[in-house]
Unconditional design. Structure first.
Length: 397
């Protein structure tokens, strides 16, 4: 694993550790990490010839079979490094694309990942590969340059990408039809969002009993899944589990998954699930908020849910804003601690959305204007910083 810091910046250890976790999620076990500092990227090798030779020596010593770069590589850098090191060389973007290809289960998910990979390939077609050299052409002619192989490859990939987009557009129209049906039924829609491995699928299962796959690994699930959730008062909402976000999420993936992510944009409420014990918790929150803005979901109401408090050693608590609404909770999807307060928060949010509707006069929708002393939901103290000395850390990622 190689992490490169440019321009005098320090090595982003959190990003490098995350790339190691991504590799394990893809079935690759890192044997060594190398941190490199350079004033600027080397055009040919990214890290420079001297450091590239050092990496080759380390490869031989550790008998490693591949090199993964935490930072993006150009196609020229990747080609030159592959020739020098004599092993496959991939960057973070290709690693994430490979994980998505392994984990996609639904037809739509597989099409989205395939489209993202093709668009990534299109961006990396360059001169210089032996099979892309100029071909001779012209019927009955001996000379004259024909069409370049690179142009044939680009046309072939473009045609495949168009076919995939057409199939995804059809699936998108079907998804839109289902969404309109929910709107006609006036169903309150809630989407789980958050950084990958924050526990969204575990929380989804704990609330709905869906039994979907959940594991302590990055991008354990990719396909959006929706289930009806019956709240204690008898009302129902539709809860959707969506793909997690990560630093440097490839733009081609965001574009390919845009139709799926529209479920997030059109939701009535977002549950932003956060790993309470993550050392870089604030950076993860900022990255999720950035992606939400990019897909047009920045204006959707958000309820912050700090998960994995059992590992962080925190108590299940919640915080209300000045208007009396619960806006932050601390829960454990694994043990169930704090989930009743989360259901109460969803009931209150649903009640507020029904204000002015005759159904809102039903006593079960009554909203507490002020926190009830008997209410188990109490204000949260300042959240501890997991990276601070003496702060408890989760026992798992």
């Amino acid at each position: 694993m190689v992490g490169v810091a440019f321009g005098g910046a320090g090595t982003d250890r959190a990003s490098l550790d995350e790339t190691c976790a991504l590799a394990r999620s893809a079935g690759i076990e890192p044997v060594e990490t190398i941190a490199v500092r350079r004033p600027r990227p080397d055009a040919a090798l990214s890290v420079g010839s001297g450091k590239a030779e050092e990496i080759r020596e380390r490869l031989q010593q550790r008998e490693a079979v591949a090199v993964i770069f935490d930072n993006p590589l150009t196609s020229v850098q990747q080609r030159n490094l592959g020739r020098l090191l004599a092993v496959p060389v991939i960057d973070r973007t290709e690693l994430i694309l490979d994980i998505f290809a392994q984990r996609a289960r639904s037809n739509e998910g597989k099409l989205q990942v395939e489209l993202a990979r093709i668009e990534h390939q299109l961006s990396r077609l360059v001169r210089g590969w032996s099979h892309l050299e100029r071909q001779r052409g012209g019927i009955g002619q001996r000379g004259g340059p024909g069409e370049k192989q690179i142009e044939l490859d680009r046309r072939m990939l473009d045609a495949k990408a168009r076919q995939l987009r057409q199939r995804l557009d059809k699936l998108g129209r079907q998804r839109l039809t289902r969404r309109r049906a929910r709107l006609r039924q006036d169903v309150f829609s809630v989407s789980l969002v958050g950084y990958t491995n924050a526990g969204k699928s575990t929380l989804f299962n704990a609330l709905t009993g869906a039994g979907t796959f959940a594991a302590d690994q990055l991008f354990a699930t990719l396909d959006t899944l929706s289930r009806r959730l019956r709240l204690p008062g008898g009302a129902e909402v539709v809860l959707s589990d969506t793909v997690g976000f990560v630093r440097q999420l490839p733009h081609t993936l965001i574009e390919s998954f845009r139709a799926t992510l529209e479920e997030t944009r059109d939701a009535d409420l977002l549950l932003h699930v956060v790993d309470a014990g993550a050392p870089d918790r604030d950076d993860q929150i900022a990255e999720v908020e950035r992606v939400l803005q990019e897909i047009g979901a920045g204006s959707v109401p958000v309820l912050m849910v700090y998960n994995k408090i059992d590992a962080a050693g925190w108590l299940p608590q919640a915080e209300r804003d000045p208007c009396g609404s619960i806006n932050r909770l601390m829960v454990s999807a694994k043990t169930g601690a704090g989930l009743p307060a989360l259901q109460q928060a969803l009931t209150e949010r649903l009640s507020r959305s029904l204000q002015g509707d005759p159904a809102s006069e039903d006593p079960r929708w009554r909203v507490l204007a002020d926190p009830d002393p008997a209410d188990p939901v109490q204000p949260v103290p300042d959240l501890p910083n997991p990276g601070a000395p003496g702060a408890s850390r989760p026992s798992h990622a």
